[in-house]
Write a protein that binds this ligand. Structure first.
Ligand SMILES: [Zn+2]
Length: 100
């Protein structure tokens, strides 16, 4: 029997990590894969994670002067808006590349 550490949080009943074979993608994931592989017009930004074409730019510290929004610091530019809603920072790319 292998000795385990007595570090807090370790549970003797925890099973070991195992490699499992890949499963078939769900219907929703199959749609996402199809959209990502679709031919896109030259230069069109498309999320390689979800296939959305909506971008978001985040600016902090902007102010309204003379009726126009001015200044501020750009925190994020051209990120996927749909992934942003889920807390994921996914860059928009004009070609299909693997997600890191
Ligand atoms: Zn996305």
């Amino acid at each position: 029997m292998q000795q385990h550490s007595s570090v807090l949080g370790y549970d003797q009943r925890m099973s070991r990590l195992r490699l499992v074979p890949p499963t078939e993608p769900s219907a929703a994931e199959q749609v996402r894969q199809r959209v990502r592989r679709m031919a896109r017009p030259d230069g069109t930004l498309l999320c390689n994670r979800c296939g959305s074409r909506t971008t978001v730019t985040v600016v902090t510290g902007a102010a309204v002067k003379n009726g126009r929004v001015q200044g501020g610091t750009v925190l994020a530019r051209y990120k996927c808006a749909e992934c942003w809603k889920r807390g994921i920072f996914s860059p928009m790319l004009p070609e299909l590349k693997p997600i890191k």
